[in-house]
Design a protein around this ligand. Structure first.
Ligand SMILES: [Zn+2]
Length: 274
């Protein structure tokens, strides 16, 4: 994790949200997705597809959990069976995405009664060691200001790991349907063709699709794409959909104006494209 988070030192602060295709991210930068649940990767599938096509190495660490699989989905499953099922769904989605199986690491953390990871020293040490071994420049993970406890805990564990490492690290905090409030610093705009591709990716998580149909009366893909449509509308984009992120940088020197967003330098002086 030795390269600095800047390409040439000519940094400018992003005063308004930047489109990810306009960012000058060095291709050598590795992207790590840190997912408290199987399917958090898929929620930002279009961003990751764009980064993969631009030559970035992508790795995924996903917590092993049986959480979110209803008994009615497949009666008789134990919690371990449910965790196996969710792992299989994640492997299917990565195959559809086009990542090799070795890009996935299943993280066996200490979980609570709901099979969600807990904020404890053992989990902190495991996440710190995992991030250290992966050597990413960017980590994507759900935003910490979220009603979902697993999302909050993973954010807390990663922040502890980042502070402990002292290495520069950019966090792209994902806006999820359960995010309470966040700032949008960067976004990935996309069109209907990518939305259809993303729908197929999300439907690999069949247990989650059925849970959404039963409890929310719409599919898992509809839930995520509705959010993506709201994001695009909120940013007044020409594209119909967008994935959104808040950027946080750890261990990067603050610039004169105090902004940490300077680690990301838009290529276009005109600002974000739509
Ligand atoms: Zn999640």
């Amino acid at each position: 994790m030795t390269p600095p988070l800047t390409t040439d030192g000519s940094l400018i602060a992003a005063e308004k949200p930047c489109a990810i295709p306009d960012l000058a991210l060095p291709r050598t930068w590795k992207i790590l997705v840190l997912a408290p649940h199987p399917d958090d990767f898929d929620a930002i599938g279009v961003t990751l597809k764009h980064l993969a096509r631009n030559g970035h190495a992508i790795a995924l660490g996903v917590v092993r959990t049986g959480s979110g699989v209803e008994d009615a989905y497949r009666p008789g499953l134990t919690l371990a069976d449910k965790a196996d099922l969710r792992e299989q769904e994640q492997r299917r989605s990565l195959q559809f995405f086009g990542l090799p199986p070795e890009a996935l690491t299943v993280l066996r953390l200490t979980n609570d009664a709901d099979d969600q990871p807990i904020d404890c020293p053992e989990n902190g040490a495991l996440i710190a060691a995992f991030v250290r071994a992966q050597t990413p420049e960017i980590v994507c993970l759900p935003h910490g200001n979220d009603t979902n406890n697993g999302h909050r805990v993973m954010y807390a564990l990663l922040k502890q790991a980042a502070r402990g490492s002292g290495h520069p690290l950019a966090l792209l905090l994902i806006r999820d349907p359960k995010t309470i409030e966040m700032r949008t610093d960067v976004y990935m705009p996309f069109d209907q063709a990518d939305a259809e591709w993303k729908s197929r990716l999300l439907r690999c998580h069949d247990s989650q699709h059925h849970r959404n149909l039963r409890t929310r009366n719409h599919g898992f893909d509809d839930r995520i794409l509705t959010l993506n449509r709201e994001i695009a509308r909120g940013l007044s984009l020409a594209h119909e959909y967008a994935e959104a992120f808040e950027l946080e940088c750890d261990n990067v020197p603050r610039t004169g104006n105090g902004s940490l967003i300077t680690a990301f330098r838009p290529q276009s002086p005109e600002g974000p494209s739509t």
